[in-house]
Structures are given as structure tokens and as C-alpha cells.
Design a protein. Structure first.
Length: 661
């Protein structure tokens, strides 16, 4: 490798690292850092990196792995359950956006095909930014979250036909004699033929082949196999005259039907993120700052129009499809930016010669700026809604009323703040001892799954005074803070000390650093999980040293009475963080509703043999009656809710057996 080859790679890596670090410190999406980095080092600014065939190939591979990830998330079941939002709301949003842009380009005297390409690009919203922020704000399963996900899902699907159509439009615009209607029809038939071929043979070959590869127990072989399938199918679709991205999407969709999809997603993530970052850098390199400055008014006009029109259009469509006004406004504010797939379509249109540079630059600048504004618009959407919609306050009041109604008859019960793993384990012990409890949590998906299984959990932020009162704080016997968040725990302790100073409050924390602070705030006991783990390790070690049980118990009790003083302080090592990152390998619960026609209907749990996947059936709920630890003779019926426990991959395999056989 020559210096001329190595130097641009080093520049690319260095500027990418610096940009991502800065944007993470600013709590902004790293993708925006890549875009800004591309603008700075591109041929139109500092000129450190020149646009070349190699950089375009790297960018294309980034899109390939992005589409592969979308394919992994693709689910026919999800589409069916959200079909009205996806195919009604989503289709309307994309089609109307395209038609509006086509109308504007026609008014400005441009070709309608240019308008179609630009409309498709501007109709897209940023899946990466929006999903990340909704996830952090625990809003993925809220009403507006479901609307946002439905629209984004259709936008992701709409990219596939647009990637097929844009090159065909480019050919027809160069040669007016070409019958573009026939060309589009041929492209569509070609796509359908390739789809049918790959899906027909792929579904029959994918799972058996992955079984063969997985049995070799080689992580290197597994990753090589995923790369082979992804790039192989991308190459096949390119040979057929379609895009590489389409083949990658199909590869992801086929793998998503197997029990290996979670492992594949983890393995492919580094390739996807790195190559996608390089893609956004190359997009930033397209931006000519000089042209943007010269056309500043156009950039400002396009940016304003993009945000305003999208907010108004999406809010209106959301209302039309049955959303409440506050939900509709949140949906509009969440989706009012350009998206990464818009850049993909713009890059395709530019490489095909469909869009000229003079038109591309102001639009590209407006899309980049809209994405820079997106995190702030999403962050402040809550304040906008609360200011203009009184129904939001009514909704909160109804939430409090719902919690109060569920706990009205409870006396001397336990309030569990947080229903994660610790809270769920605690609730099972209380349930076995017939101790009444109510759990509060703010994760809608977790609450939905737990309530389907018949468990006593409600949506509510335990750090809010009115929520604790509604949960029966004034009548409770014990208050447990089961999650390790000191800031939130201090708020809860303040409310408890003000309302019920005599109430016993037990707080969980990760280590010993906040024990004194929490005790001073009013905690009756503080359980430090790292220290308790150390005590258990010590007790087992002493047992193997043939110490008497009584001596061990006395020593453990003595240490606890000394407030863990012996165990405070430890030597921090590089493995401490890595040990926290094995979430995928930890057991978790999954609720599955057995629908009519599922393979498991009228079969016993013994016949289904889910133990083969190391999956345990912990409960079966039938007609709102919950049976704990069912036997092998339990026969499943349509409508049953089955609660499974196992690792992520094993649960996926068990779900396939229950539903597909």
C-alpha cells in the first residue's frame, strides 16, 4: 500500500473519530457528525479527500448493510397488525409528498421525472434519528410512537421501488424516444421475478444452511456466512439490473425468519455502522458550501417548506387516520426532517444524471440542516403539545385514576418502583407468598407484555408524587425502588419522607458509592448489588473451605451490620464494563398469543418439547385465568397467552415452533 493510498484513509478515519466524539458529547446523533465531517474534508471545502470511484463503492456498501438491517427487522406479522397505519397513513404521506414536489417542479418548469425523484427523497424521514430518540424517551409503544414507526416502516419499503424506478427514469430522460412506461413495467416484472426466485428457494434453504454453519461452533465462520449471503444476494440482484440494496434487503428478510436473526444482527452491526458512517461522509462531501452560500435564500426556503409542509401534512393525515390531536402533532414534529434514505435516493438520482448539481446542492443542504434540527424538535415536542392541548392534562389525570382504581382495595401492600429483572424477580417471590403488590414502570412494551400475562403492573413514573399517592403510598407497608437510578430514587425518597416518614423504603443501587447519600435521604435499607454479589461469592468460598454454616452466617451478618465497610472500594479493571454487556445471553420473558391456525393449537407442551431450545413455559393464561408452571400435559388452545423464559435466540426458535411448527 502506497502513501498516496494510506493518507486519505487515515484522514477519513481521523476526522470521523473526532466528529463522532464531538457530536456524542453534544448528545447529537453520530450520523450528523459524519455529514459535517464529509462537508469539511470534501472537495468543495478543505479538499483533503477527492471524490473517487473507491469512496462511492464504500458508500454503496454502507447502504447495502443498512438495507440488510431493515430486512432483519422486516416482519409480515408486524405489517399485518399495523397495516392501517403502514399502508394507509404511510402510503398517503409518501404519495402526497411526491405529488406536491412534482407540482412545484412543474410550476418551476422542470421535468416531472426530476420532481418524482426529488419528491421521493424529500418524503423520507430519518429512521436512525427518530427511532433512537423515541427509544431513549421510552416512547416507541406510545400512540404517537406507533404512528411514527408505521410511517417509517412504509418509507423503508418505498425505497425499494424508488431505487428501481429512478435509473429507469434517468434513461428515459436522456432518450425521449424510449417508452418509459414499458421500461418501468419491465423493471417491475424483473424485480418481481427476482423476488419470487430468491424468496421461493431462499426460504427453503436458509434455515437448514444456518443449522449446518451454527453446528460448527465457529464465530468466524458464522460471520463469513452472513457476509457471503448478504453480498451474494446483492450481487445477484445487481446482475438482474436491480440495485445492490434490494438484494441486501431480501437477505435480511430471509434471515429474519430464522432463529439466528438476533445473533446475525449483533455480528453485522460493526460492519453496518462503520460503512454507513462512510456513506454519510461521502454524502457530506457532495455539499458545496460556496453554492449553498450563493443560494442561501433557496436553502432557507426549502428548509422552511420541508419542515412546515411535513408537520402540517403528517399531522393532518394522522388526524384523518384516527389519532387524537396531541398524538397527531407529536407524530408531525417527529417526522418533519429529511432522512438517510433521502440521501440514498439523491445519490442514485445524481449518479444517474437525473438531478443537476445546481438543483442538488440547495436540497442537500436543506435536508442536512433539517436533520440537525430534528433532535431539538423531538425534544421540545412535549412542551408544544402540553402548551396547546389541554387533553394532554386530561390524559395524565386518567392515568392517575387508572392506577388508583387498581390499588383502591389494597392495604398493607408492597409498591415496586420499576419492573425490570429485579422487580420481576421480587414480584414472583411476593406472588408465591400471597403478598399483595403493585408495580410501577414507564416502559410501555414491558407493561403490555406483563399485563397480557396477567401480572399486577401499571404505567406510571414512580418519581412523581401523584403517581405514588395513586399507587397507595399512604396505605402501603413497604416501598421498593428496584432500579439503580440514584437521581430518581432521591425523588421517590423525598416524596415518601414527606408523605409517610415512617414507611420502610428499600432502595437498590449498583455499588457502595451512594449508600450514605440514599440513607440520609430516608432509605431504610440500601442494597448494593455489587456488594451483595461479593458476599455470596465469599460465602460459597468459605463453604468450600469447610467452615461451619453458623460461622459463615455470622460473618455475613457482621459485614452487613457494618454497612459493608469491609467491601467498600475496589480495583477497577477493563473487564468491568464488558461483563455488563452480555444482555443478549441473559434469560428473559416473552409472551406469545396463540392465534387460530398456529402449529401449536391442540398440542400439549410435552409434544412441543420447547425444552429442546432450553426454553421454559412459566405460565399459560386462558380466558383471563393465569396458570403458573403448567405441566407437559397442558394442551394449548387458540387464544391462549403463553409466557416463555429463555435467551433471546432460544425464544426466537421457540416462537417459530409455536407458530409455524
Amino acid at each position: 500500500m502506497t502513501d498516496d493510498t494510506l493518507q486519505p484513509i487515515l484522514i477519513l478515519l481521523a476526522i470521523a473519530v473526532i466528529a463522532v466524539v464531538i457530536f456524542r458529547l453534544l448528545r447529537l446523533p453520530p450520523m450528523l457528525g459524519y455529514l459535517v465531517a464529509g462537508v469539511i474534508i470534501g472537495p468543495h471545502a478543505l479538499g483533503w479527500i477527492q471524490e473517487s470511484e473507491e469512496t462511492r463503492h464504500l458508500a454503496e456498501f454502507g447502504v447495502v448493510f443498512l438495507m440488510f438491517s431493515i430486512g432483519l427487522e422486516f416482519s409480515l406479522t408486524k405489517l399485518v397488525t399495523m397495516k392501517r397505519i403502514v399502508f394507509g397513513f404511510g402510503t398517503s404521506q409518501v404519495v402526497i409528498c411526491i405529488m406536491l414536489v412534482m407540482g412545484v417542479t412543474w410550476f418551476l418548469g422542470m421535468d416531472w421525472r426530476v420532481g418524482l425523484a426529488l419528491g421521493g427523497a424529500l418524503a423520507m424521514s430519518s429512521t436512525a434519528i427518530v427511532i433512537k430518540m423515541l427509544s431513549e424517551r421510552l416512547e416507541l409503544n406510545t400512540p404517537h410512537g406507533r404512528h411514527v414507526i408505521g410511517v417509517l416502516l412504509f418509507q423503508d419499503l418505498a425505497v425499494i421501488p424508488l431505487l428501481i424506478i429512478i435509473p429507469a427514469l434517468a434513461i428515459s430522460i436522456d432518450n425521449e424516444a424510449v417508452d418509459y412506461g414499458t421500461m418501468l413495467a419491465i423493471a417491475a416484472l424483473k424485480a418481481l421475478a427476482v423476488l419470487a426466485l430468491i424468496l421461493f428457494f431462499g426460504q427453503r434453504l436458509m434455515r437448514p444452511w444456518f443449522h449446518v454453519v451454527a453446528r460448527q461452533k465457529s464465530s468466524e465462520l458464522f460471520v463469513l456466512n452472513v457476509l457471503l449471503i448478504t453480498l451474494g444476494l446483492a450481487w445477484l440482484t445487481e446482475l438482474a439490473g436491480l440495485s445492490l440494496a434490494l438484494g441486501a434487503f431480501l437477505a435480511g428478510m430471509l434471515i429474519s425468519e430464522t432463529e439466528y436473526r438476533y445473533q446475525v444482527e449483533d455480528d453485522i452491526k460493526p460492519f453496518r455502522d462503520i460503512l454507513l458512517g462512510l456513506f454519510f461522509i461521502t454524502i457530506g462531501m457532495l455539499l458545496d458550501i460556496q453554492v449553498v452560500i450563493e443560494n442561501f435564500l433557496w436553502v432557507a426556503l426549502i428548509l422552511s417548506a420541508l419542515i412546515v409542509v411535513k408537520v402540517v401534512l403528517i399531522t393532518g393525515l394522522s388526524r384523518f387516520f384516527g389519532a387524537e390531536p396531541n398524538v397527531a402533532v407529536r407524530t408531525g414534529l417527529n417526522l418533519a426532517q429529511g432522512g438517510e434514505f433521502g440521501f440514498v435516493l439523491l445519490a442514485q438520482a445524481t449518479m444517474s444524471g437525473l438531478v443537476e448539481n445546481a438543483i442538488l446542492q440547495p436540497i442537500l443542504a436543506a435536508m442536512v440542516l433539517s436533520m440537525l434540527l430534528a433532535p431539538f424538535m423531538i425534544e421540545y415536542s412535549e412542551r408544544v403539545v402540553q402548551r396547546f392541548y389541554t387533553s394532554e392534562w386530561l390524559q395524565r389525570a386518567m392515568q392517575i385514576t387508572s392506577i388508583a382504581a387498581q390499588t383502591m382495595s389494597e392495604q398493607n401492600h408492597v409498591i415496586i418502583c420499576g419492573y425490570g429483572r429485579s422487580g420481576q424477580n421480587l414480584s414472583r417471590i411476593l406472588e408465591q407468598e400471597s403478598v399483595p403488590f403493585i408495580a410501577l414502570d414507564i416502559d410501555p412494551q414491558r407493561i403490555h407484555e406483563a399485563k397480557i400475562a396477567g401480572e399486577s403492573v401499571v404505567y406510571g413514573d414512580a418519581a412523581r408524587r401523584e403517581v405514588l399517592i395513586a399507587a397507595g403510598l399512604l396505605r402501603a407497608r413497604v416501598l421498593i425502588v428496584s432500579y439503580a437510578d440514584t437521581v430518581s430514587a432521591l425523588k421517590i425518597l423525598n416524596h415518601a419522607r414527606t408523605l409517610r416518614p415512617e414507611l420502610a423504603v428499600v432502595v437498590r443501587t449498583r455499588d457502595d458509592s451512594d449508600i450514605d447519600l440514599l440513607k440520609e435521604a430516608g432509605a431504610t435499607e440500601v442494597v448494593a448489588e455489587v456488594l451483595e454479589g461479593s458476599l455470596m461469592l465469599a460465602s460459597h468460598a468459605m463453604m468450600f473451605m469447610d467452615m461451619s454454616t453458623g460461622r459463615i452466617l455470622r460473618r455475613i451478618r457482621q459485614i452487613r451490620e457494618q454497612r459493608y465497610n469491609l467491601f467498600r472500594g475496589f480495583y477497577y479493571g477493563v473487564t468491568d464494563e464488558s461483563e455488563e454487556g452480555n444482555e443478549r445471553l441473559l434469560p428473559r420473558l416473552l409472551t406469545i398469543t396463540i392465534i387460530s391456525g398456529a402449529a401449536s393449537v391442540n398440542k400439549t407442551l410435552g409434544e412441543l418439547d420447547l425444552a429442546e431450545f432450553s426454553v421454559e413455559v412459566t405460565a399459560v393464561r386462558r380466558r383471563n385465568i393465569r396458570g403458573i408452571l403448567p405441566s407437559d400435559e397442558t394442551r394449548l388452545e387458540a387464544g391462549d397467552v403463553v409466557v416463555l423464559r429463555g435467551t433471546q435466540e432460544n425464544l426466537a426458535a421457540a416462537e417459530i415452533r409455536l407458530m409455524q411448527g
